[in-house]
Ligand binder design. Structure first.
Ligand code: SF4
Length: 77
């Protein structure tokens, strides 16, 4: 029973892992980095930092999504 529970837990974590993506069209304004500096790094255009903790920074990412003037940040919780 414990093994089944462990399998479900692993499956659930993988299935619902948060994802953030920047689509083409970033104008490099820096707003995302301002609101979520642990997640975004802007150098001409924005990119998501390696090993960024998306769950921990969920609220900051949502602020960045709302602040992006061209709507190119896509976030799935
Ligand atoms: S807020 Fe949007 S446009 Fe501005 S740097 Fe970030 S992704 Fe690019």
């Amino acid at each position: 029973m414990l093994e089944v529970y462990q399998f479900c837990l692993i499956f659930t974590e993988r299935d619902f892992m948060a994802k953030v993506k920047i689509e083409p069209g970033c104008i490099g304004c820096g707003a995302c980095q301002f609101f979520a500096p642990d997640v975004f790094e802007v150098d001409n255009v924005s990119k998501v930092k390696e090993n960024a903790d998306l769950e921990k920074n969920s609220e900051q990412i949502k602020k960045a999504v709302n602040a992006c003037p061209v709507g190119v940040i896509k976030y799935e919780e």
